[in-house]
Design a protein around this ligand. Sequence first.
Ligand SMILES: Cc1ncc(COP(=O)(O)O)c(C=O)c1O
Length: 363
Amino acid sequence: MNIPLSKVYMDDDIKKAVLEVLDSGWYILREKVREFEGKFAGFCGVKNAVCVSSGTAAIFLSLLALNIKPRDEVIVPSFSFIASTTPVIHLGANPVFVDIEAETYTVDPEKIREAVTERTKAIIPIHLYGHPANMDAISEIAEENDLYVLEDACQAHGAEYKGRKVGGIGHVACFSFYPSKNMTVCGDGGAVVTNDEEIAEKVRMIRDHGRREKYIFKMVGYNLRFNEIQAAIGIKQLEKLPEWIEARRNIARMYNQALEGLVTTPVEETWAKHVYHLYVIRTEKRDELREFLRQHAVSTGVHYPVPIHKQPAITSVLGVQPALRNTERFAQEVLSLPIYPALTKGEVEYVSEKIAEFLQGYK
Ligand SMILES: Cc1ncc(COP(=O)(O)O)c(C=O)c1O
């Protein structure tokens, strides 16, 4: 037995949908993409979804559409995957790193307030691990200071903030369909979702060489398009997403019960619906526990061992960044346990028992 950290769902229906696209002769930005965009927008409760080549591309194109310019400042938590930040740097703007809240691992609104300057243009809250950021407090700061809010929802398809799906709360939001995500297109892929027609139209154009007509280029664009095979897979995966979210929540409940008191288990705020893209515990014995679980055929992950503000790619460009207390501490302590809809009750029990067994050795 070997329990992976995550597992992609596959069935004959998905394979058939892929073969149909192969036979259709249409491969890029055609009917399937439009259908998937419509359905994904509907799922998020927003007017527009624009599919692009990755979550990273979604963030880059959104920042371009928001007109982020060199020397502008963009406030972003450092506790995330590096792609939450690199698009800011590609535009010549400055990411300003802030700390996270201890309970939810999402950005601390008070730290955002302290970081706002005359040059601040946008805030990127990240719905990390599938738990929504504290959006009311963030939106309030944004309104007071005339800032854009770009939700990084790459890990949070279907998560809810006060009963509203994430993705429709800020000015624009970005999703990833990378294979480990709660739904995937079995390759790279992403989406920009927004209620703002102007932002959606800009992203549609810039992803496709800056055009809407074949040989009239209105803007200097890129090729960051989405394809029909991935859209066909996305349509099928989206149909299953609601039941998968419930399965993940159920697994999280089982882990919570088994691990309460042994390690720090994830918090779900009263105003939140967590979709558990990752089930993350905290312990000071993280590395030893990880090795113990590996020896017992349980795969785990660390999201993320080095915060973005300490990455060589960042310090070499921006210089040494100020310390961030929670971020730096949690980078040493977080451990992601296996979670995916097909994970069985027996497997959750096995993983939990092994964790208990390891911790007994320390008493
Ligand atoms: C929080 C976060 N932001 C951005 C990204 C980038 O998405 P992608 O890998 O699709 O480019 C990811 C996923 O990898 C992510 O987890």
